[in-house]
Design a protein around this ligand. Structure first.
Ligand code: FAD
Ligand code: SIN
Length: 529
């Protein structure tokens, strides 16, 4: 394929809302962009987003930026970077308006979600992600400056021979063929890693590839231990985990245990609308007490007309599964949903590695801290795409030599080539083992002993991207000997002041300073040495 031999201004790995929005902006400014996706261009978490985009709007004069900032900080449990929070949230309305002009048909009303002190969720019914993706995709596919490469999995970043900066990435396509792409700017927009668990709300391809690649290239990773479990997920008859949006609880739906009793208020005064870590743990606790596989979400009192009008996707999906939400209780349980930490970036999306950027769920800007506030992710995707585009467009174009290069990773190839179809099966079997261990021991509740055993188990698996991310996540969880946000240690259930700082991992296994004053946690829990 000719385009594969060219050099590009910018290589974007990942075509969710973050990657697509960035590609649109750069291509519009005249840059030549290579946009790669692991499977179909539409497949990522973005398409499935239901609730919407949290934003303070001038249409709601009583709502103030400071309210949204305080809600975000409270949810992040002392680990948000307040400057970043203010900066990102303050740009929200401008970016939403830009999307509206592009053709996203936002509804006029605003929804409420957990831990928001105000109804500030902009949405398009209960299928907001799909509605945002559509005009972005239309725009990008019409622009000849963007070369779209679907079914191409990034396997390694490439640096110059002296390892001073990143200059490209190597990919494998669905036939098993490998190829390299070189560009002045390399952007990771590869989404999260919830699919490292057995039950997850996102597509199965989202296993944190960009995080493994960035780590190998020397990038710092931040707060990987914080994994958000969404409290209300329905397991469909075909095994698909279908999200029941928090907006439904925001509209008044309640939770009942298997004896049909209310229970959320016993765990937190905000009951069903407490932060997700609290509601998820409450559900697991109730399931354990009742020896049940699920609890129920009850929206019967909201009425058929309201449910059909405001939650058509959810209502119709459940109806096809045999549950009329206006009459029936729906069985739900928590599932892995969102990767709160990720590749550490500044407000321009820059990592500590020259020419390497990260944006969207794979990045950690400092917005989410220990626990992401509902609907702050799409907001971060659209705001940070703008910040990155501006930074990239300000860079002077460089001449780069690709004669001598260094491949940062050497992961095993998951794609079966010709007769070696066995590779794929073996790869899947090991991924299943990773998912089993992560779900048992690195889930909503964690303990040092089993985290350590998981680490040892993972160390003996083959060298895959998935294994690397699972291992780094487990190490981060071992390092944080306290409970905070999306990280709950049964053996250390209290939040401890001394841990009010970020966990940083980087390849050099270093003990580094973050900002001037606060030191990051050591990348070596004492138990490992
Ligand atoms: P994604 O949309 O996940 O896209 C990742 C891209 O990376 C894909 O194109 C994939 O192919 C590509 N990729 C990955 N690995 C590779 C590789 N090795 N090589 C090449 N390409 C690769 N957030 C909100 O704020 N509001 C909501 O209402 C909301 N609802 C949600 C509902 C569901 C069911 C889910 C799963 C998430 C929801 N979230 C919500 C979270 C939000 O949708 C995501 O955080 C956000 O869409 C992430 O966008 P992204 O562009 O970073 O990544
Ligand atoms: C939801 O609609 O409940 C998901 C919102 C989010 O993940 O931010």
């Amino acid at each position: 394929m000719e385009a594969r031999k060219n050099k590009f201004d910018t290589l974007i790995i990942g075509s969710g809302i973050a990657g697509l929005n960035l590609a649109r902006k750069l291509a519009q400014a005249g840059q030549k962009v290579f946009l790669a996706s692991k499977e179909a261009i539409t497949e990522g978490a973005s398409k499935y987003a239901q609730g919407g985009v949290a934003v303070v709007s001038p249409l709601n004069p009583e709502d103030k930026l400071d309210g949204h900032v305080q809600d975000t900080l409270r949810s992040g449990k002392e680990l948000c970077n307040e400057e970043v929070v203010r900066e990102i949230l303050s740009q929200g309305w401008a970016r939403v308006e830009e999307l509206r002009k592009l053709g996203v048909p936002f509804d006029k009303d605003f929804n409420l979600e957990g831990s928001h002190g105000y109804k500030r969720i902009m949405h398009v019914g209960d299928a907001t992600g799909r509605a945002i993706m559509k005009p972005l995709l239309d725009n990008v596919s019409r622009n000849h400056n963007v070369f779209i490469s679907q079914g191409t999995e990034a396997m390694s970043l490439i640096s110059d021979a002296a390892k001073t900066k990143v200059i490209g990435a190597s990919f494998v396509d669905i036939t098993g063929e490998s190829f390299d792409i070189f560009a002045n700017n390399i952007v990771l927009a590869t989404g999260g890693f919830a699919a490292l668990y057995e039950d997850y709300t996102c597509p199965s391809i989202l296993t944190g590839d960009g995080i493994a690649l960035a780590y190998d290239a020397g990038a710092k990773l931040e707060n990987l231990e914080f994994v958000q479990f969404h409290p209300t997920v329905y397991k469909a008859k075909n095994g698909f985990n279908f999200l029941i949006s928090e907006a439904l609880r925001g509209a008044g739906a309640i939770l009942r245990n298997s004896k049909e009793e209310l229970f959320a208020h016993k765990y937190h005064p905000d009951a069903e609308l407490a932060t997700r870590d609290i509601v998820s743990r409450a559900i697991f606790s109730e399931m354990r007490l009742m020896e049940a596989e699920h609890v129920y979400i009850d929206s019967r009192h909201l009425g058929k007309d309201f449910l059909r009008k405001d939650f058509p996707t959810i209502y119709n999906y459940c109806l096809a599964e045999g549950y009329d939400l206006a009459q029936d209780l729906l069985p739900v349980r928590p599932a892995a949903h969102y990767s709160v930490g990720g590749i550490k970036t500044d407000l321009k999306g820059r990592t500590n590695v020259k020419s390497l950027y990260a944006v969207g769920e794979c990045a950690s800007t400092g917005l989410h801290g220990a626990n992401r506030l509902a609907s702050n992710s799409l907001l971060e995707c659209i705001v940070m795409a703008e910040n990155l585009a501006n930074d990239i467009l300000e860079q002077e174009s460089q001449t780069m030599s690709t004669e001598q290069v260094h491949y940062c990773s050497d992961y095993l190839n998951p794609i079966p080539q010709n007769s070696e179809a066995e590779i794929s099966k073996w790869y899947k079997d090991e991924l299943q083992e990773i998912r089993t261990y992560m779900s048992r021991y690195v889930s909503v509740e964690r303990r040092e002993k089993t985290l350590y055993a998981t680490m040892k188990f993972l160390e003996n698996l083959s060298n895959t991207k998935e294994r690397t991310v699972a291992l780094l996540l487990t190490k981060s969880a071992l390092m944080r000997k306290e409970s905070r946000g999306g990280h709950y240690r049964v053996d250390s259930p209290k939040t401890q002041l001394g841990f009010a700082r970020s966990t940083i991992l980087s390849k050099e296994n270093i003990y580094k300073k973050r900002d001037q004053e606060s030191q990051t946690l050591e990348d070596k829990p004492s138990v490992i040495v």
